[in-house]
Write a protein that binds this ligand. Structure first.
Ligand code: 5GP
Length: 186
């Protein structure tokens, strides 16, 4: 059995990465597994520990960094986020194509360690639409919304790190394009 692909899906906060992912992830032909990240941010309504993220403390996160348990990690709007290495290795060795949904700094770290990672960046139809989507979530204070928007602008300037850029104007179309990209690399 050949080792699975490592696929990095990025895009600014609010672009709809999760919604697009839901529209292609269960396609059995893609043989995907999701890498569950560790984070120190608070759970949003509806999020489940061990499914959406491993929610943890800063102490535990820093211990994971120190022990080399993370493939990559970053600090994003005041919280740590990182990818547990062991699960990624285990799933790829089982032949699964492993999907990381991470921001740009983490993606750059992964590319340094795994140059053959397949990198895909999702962009919004416009920055105005992105702001509308972030505000539509209504779960965060204005200060956090502003920080997420500023980070989104910085991320949009870094798309040259990615092999593919896909616009999420229509969720199903974006999902179909990503499906085609992944199939093309399998
Ligand atoms: P959110 O708080 O909206 O769930 O995530 C904030 C940002 O962190 C998103 O861009 C998301 O893709 C990114 N992110 C989630 N998990 C990880 C991770 O393990 N590593 C890195 N570098 N970014 C992550």
């Amino acid at each position: 059995m050949s080792r699975g692909l490592l696929i990095i899906l990025s895009g600014p906060s609010g672009v709809g990465k999760g919604t697009v992912r839901d529209a292609f992830f269960d396609n059995p032909k893609l043989n995907l597994a999701y890498s569950i990240s560790m984070t120190t941010r608070n759970k949003r309504p509806g999020e489940r520990d061990g499914i959406d993220y491993y929610f943890t403390t800063r102490d535990r996160f820093e211990e994971a960094i120190g022990k080399g348990e993370l493939l990559e990690w970053t600090e994003f709007v005041g919280n740590y986020y990182g990818t547990p290495l062991e699960a990624v290795e285990r799933l790829r060795n089982m032949g699964k194509n492993v999907l990381l949904e991470i921001e740009v700094e983490g993606a750059v770290q992964v590319k340094q360690k795994c140059p053959d990672a397949l990198t895909i960046f999702i962009v919004p139809p416009s920055m105005e639409e992105l702001e509308r989507r972030i505000r539509g979530r209504r779960t965060e204070a204005e200060e956090i919304v502003q920080q997420r928007l500023a980070k989104a602008s910085r991320e949009m300037n870094l798309i040259s790190h990615y092999r593919y850029v896909v616009c999420n104007e229509n969720v199903q179309e974006a999902a179909d394009i990503i499906t085609a990209i992944i199939k093309n690399h399998m």
